[in-house]
Design a protein around this ligand. Structure first.
Ligand SMILES: CC(=O)SCCNC(=O)CCNC(=O)[C@H](O)C(C)(C)COP(=O)(O)OP(=O)(O)OC[C@H]1O[C@@H](n2cnc3c(N)ncnc32)[C@H](O)[C@@H]1OP(=O)(O)O
Ligand SMILES: O=C([O-])CC(=O)C(=O)O
Length: 371
């Protein structure tokens, strides 16, 4: 047996959903650069779930299905008020809330492709409502119902703030959703596949995936990037702050990647949006600080930024609270998790690797009074 710490370089499954080859990311063979510029998030959801782009009527049908399924049971909204909501991280709340909506789904335990697809639609639709409702309830505000004539991206921003987003805001948010939707066998997607490969249900897979995305080495990094930018505070402080961290061998959040070597192709799209949005807000310093950090970390450590780095200043410029950055990642990535869950069910085998044992050799049991 050979051991690969962190399963680096191990190919654990076959998948027809997304690929990373020579630092190029594709969804079902479509280059992420092409999709980021042209596609709506709903089109990408369809692409990931059906492995082809939708025709106009198919896209309209999916949009309608998502709109029809956005409301969540009142009991789930009420449960947000049963704990000290201001002290709870929204990712922890989301993990529980997604599991909880499964309790109200009469098809939760139905294990056939049609029922699983219907659950995928429900989860994708409701996860946006859960995040925005949580964000409002913790501020003492009422949740806002979605508008059926808005896109998924615009609806999310509308349900969060109560205002229709400007075109540039919708464009930026849609792009962020498209860019985060899937990423081959990343840690949270792998988690989802491991969970459902036991033939557990779809809600278990998504709940497990949310738990894995939450950590700062994965999706949680975007919130940590904004924390770092806030701590640095100004372009003048970047040099000393970053160099001190690097000298202390601390990690700079939003940099490095297990798979990409030359760089994450998603980062440039978010960098562009960061530049545009921070300018519109008159808060260019977030972009300027980010660029300077990028120069130092890429230059000195040869570690390019990943998807989490520039998304932080993009979301901040959209007036989004910093601890909602990772839940937003989950809203988008749910589409990828669900695609992988459906793919796993379609050709399932239990996922069960081995561990190389490094503990003591055979020992004889010693009764407790003789130890
Ligand atoms: C959506 C996403 O999940 S993208 C990733 C989001 N996560 C982050 O941005 C957190 C910061 N980055 C990291 O921690 C890592 O780069 C990861 C987790 C993304 C990838 O990790 P791995 O492939 O396991 O690389 P690992 O952590 O072993 O790092 C390899 C070397 O590069 C260094 N390194 C990696 N990332 C960074 C970083 N962000 N800052 C400074 N040094 C780094 C490590 O210290 C290590 O150095 P060493 O060999 O001298 O000990
Ligand atoms: O693929 C990974 O390891 C992490 C990542 O970039 C993602 O999930 O988008």
């Amino acid at each position: 047996m050979t051991t690969s710490k962190g399963l680096e370089g191990v190919v654990a499954t076959q998948s027809a959903i997304s690929s990373i080859i020579d630092d190029t990311l594709t969804y079902v063979g479509y280059d992420i650069d092409d999709l980021a510029i042209n596609a709506s998030f709903e089109e990408v959801v369809y692409l990931l779930w059906h492995q082809r782009l939708p025709k106009a009527d198919e896209l309209a049908e999916l949009k309608q299905q998502l709109a029809d399924n956005m409301s969540v049971p009142q009991a789930v909204l009420d449960h947000f008020k049963t704990y000290d909501i201001k002290k709870v991280h929204p990712m922890a709340a989301l993990r529980t809330a997604v599991s909880m909506i499964g309790l109200f789904d009469e098809e939760a335990e139905e294990m056939n492709p049609e029922a699983n697809y219907r659950k995928a639609i429900r989860i994708q639709a409701k996860i946006a409502t859960l995040v925005t409702a949580f964000a409002r309830i913790r501020k003492g505000q009422e949740p806002i119902a979605p508008k059926s004539d808005l896109s998924f991206a615009a609806n999310f921003l509308y349900m969060l703030s109560g205002e229709n987003p400007a075109d540039i805001e919708e464009e930026a948010f849609n792009k962020a959703l498209v860019l985060h939707a899937d990423h081959e066998l990343n840690a949270s997607t792998f988690t989802a596949r491991v969970a459902v490969a036991t033939l557990s249900d779809v809600y278990s897979g998504v709940t497990a995936a949310i738990g894995a995305l939450k950590g700062p080495l994965h999706g949680g990094a975007n919130e940590q990037v904004m924390k770092m930018l806030t701590e640095i505070g100004s372009v003048d402080n970047v040099d000393s702050y970053i160099n001190e961290k690097l000298e202390n061998k601390e990690k700079i959040m939003g940099f490095g990647h297990r798979v990409y070597r030359k760089g994450d192709p998603r980062a440039k799209h978010l960098r562009e949006m960061s530049q545009k949005l921070t300018k519109i807000r008159g808060e260019e310093k977030w972009y300027e600080m980010s660029i300077k950090i990028d120069e130092i970390v890429s230059g000195q450590k040869n570690l390019p930024p990943n998807v989490d780095f520039y998304s932080a200043s993009v979301y901040h410029s959209l007036n989004i609270e910093h601890d909602l950055f990772t839940p937003i990642f989950a809203v988008s990535r749910a589409s990828g998790w669900l695609a992988h869950i459906l793919e796993q069910y379609a050709d399932n085998r239990l996922i069960r690797p081995r561990a190389e044992y490094i503990g003591p050799g055979m020992q004889k049991y010693v009764p407790i009074n003789e130890r």
